[in-house]
Design a protein around this ligand. Structure first.
Ligand SMILES: [Fe+2]
Ligand SMILES: [Fe+2]
Length: 459
């Protein structure tokens, strides 16, 4: 029987029912972090896009698809973060934030390259990056947008959203005049949801950075070039209605947005669906780094097996597996320039790297159905000897569930292939883990992992 004073899950606790919009909306804060946008960007964009859609007369499933396409337009954004950071030599989150505030003209891009690329790099590296971008801008930007769009559409499908939502997300960076990427399609060939999502994105990005007048001016400026002119006219009407901008700034905007979810009665988020949502966000997390493909799902699977050996009840294991899959969600808030740095991190970079653990707690803490998982997942770098992070908890206060995730995480990190080293054998990884038993690694969890490996892990 699974007995520990540290177990925090109570299988008798019933999850509070939550709507799909509330769950995915809470996850959307993680997407804002990845894009370097102020918290709530996805939610505000969804509010704007939904009101434009309603003014257009959309209803039912069509309205619902636009709602989710705008809320989750950035689902693919983690997948190009490492590429952006490498090509533009810098912090992808800052680069992406600043990039969205560029004017629409080619010379605006040129000025951006001149001022933003490699600002902290040595002159040679900076010069090479600028030369490369100047010579190959079209190719590089097409590739960066293509990764984001196809990955975003793929994850939307994993979230059981419709093909229309997937298509709308895939078309997010297409422009009305055909000058967008990656397809260069124009006019109504661009999915309506994609056209609304881009308008809503531009409006909120300029609203939060420069205020409502700047947002209105930017939509007017881009009408007919980036943006569908009919939608821009509707935006003028909607944003001119009393209280529109005040609503956008209200603290209860998220709850008001959940209440606006179209067709809410048709979807029940049951336990299976919640598992799928966690797996889908596991893909978002792993996409942030070229080296971490499959890490989140594998840690979830290994943690589940360890918990089974330890006799944890099935319902608790299910919750634990979700926490294990999402343990690194805070990495979405860490620059790829740090995550992918080939050399040693300096003290400041290391501090930012370590912040991913508390960010995990913060992000999951905002998702009501995952509340109990937040601390469990965010404690995966704590150590029994108290030398871990983020809180420096010790054996008196680290839950058994966190200990299980820690062992699974270290084992998978050691045995996974990395660009800078081949994968380590299971035997070698276990001997390293054994050396940490009692300090970083719980002895029961280590013994359980040994048994899991003896039984064999699936390929
Ligand atoms: Fe981690
Ligand atoms: Fe990890």
């Amino acid at each position: 029987m699974f007995q520990t004073p540290f177990s925090i899950f109570n299988p008798d606790d019933d999850l509070q029912p939550s709507s799909l919009s509330e769950i995915l909306g809470a996850f959307s804060y993680a997407l804002d972090l990845t894009e370097g946008q102020p918290a709530g960007h996805s939610i505000r964009a969804c509010w704007i896009g939904t009101h434009v859609s309603m003014a257009l007369g959309l209803k039912g499933e069509v309205l619902r698809d636009v709602y989710y396409a705008v809320l989750l337009k950035d689902l693919g954004c983690s997948s190009n973060a490492a590429r952006v950071s490498k090509m533009f030599v810098g912090d992808d989150r800052k680069l992406k934030h600043d990039f969205k505030l560029l004017g629409p003209e080619p010379e605006d891009f040129g000025a951006f390259v001149g001022s933003a690329v490699g600002v902290d790099a040595d002159p040679d590296t900076r010069g090479r990056a600028i030369d490369n971008l100047s010579a190959n801008a079209g190719e590089i930007m097409t590739e960066i947008m293509a990764i984001r769009c196809s990955r975003g559409a793929d994850i939307a499908r994993r979230l059981r959203l419709s093909e229309d939502v997937a298509q709308a997300i895939a078309h997010l960076d297409e422009h009305w005049d055909g000058g967008g990427l990656p397809l260069g399609i124009a006019g109504t060939d661009i999915h309506l949801g994609g056209r609304i999502a881009l308008l809503a994105q531009v409006a909120d990005v300029f609203y939060t950075a420069r205020g409502k007048d700047a947002a209105i001016a930017e939509i007017r400026e881009r009408s007919g070039s980036w943006l569908d002119p009919d939608l821009c006219t509707l935006f003028e009407q909607v944003s001119g209605s009393p209280g529109f901008w005040e609503d956008l700034a209200r603290d209860d905007l998220p709850e008001r947005l959940w209440a606006l979810e179209p067709g809410v009665q048709y979807v029940t988020v049951d336990e299976d669906y919640l598992d799928d949502i966690c797996f889908a966000f596991g893909y978002v997390i792993d996409a942030k780094s070229p080296d971490t493909a499959g890490h989140s799902a594998r840690v979830g699977m290994i943690a589940d097996r360890i918990a089974e050996i330890l006799g944890m009840p099935a319902e608790s294991r299910r919750v634990l597996r979700r926490a294990a899959i999402l343990h690194d969600i805070g990495k979405l808030g860490v620059s790829s320039a740090i995550l992918e740095k080939p050399g040693k991190l300096n003290a400041d970079e290391w501090k930012i790297m370590r912040s991913h653990a508390s960010l995990t707690t913060n992000i999951l803490g905002q998702i009501s159905v995952m509340g109990e998982m937040a601390m469990v997942a965010g404690s995966h770098h704590e150590r029994l000897d108290g030398k871990g992070y983020p809180l420096g908890l010790d054996e008196r206060s680290i839950s058994m569930e966190s200990r299980i995730i820690t062992v699974a995480d270290i084992y998978d990190a050691l045995t996974a292939e990395r660009a800078y080293r081949p994968s380590m054998s299971s035997e070698k990884a276990m001997s390293i883990l054994q050396g940490e038993v009692g300090d970083a690694v719980d002895p029961q969890c280590f013994a359980a992992l040994q048994q899991v490996l003896e039984n064999g892990l699936p390929e």
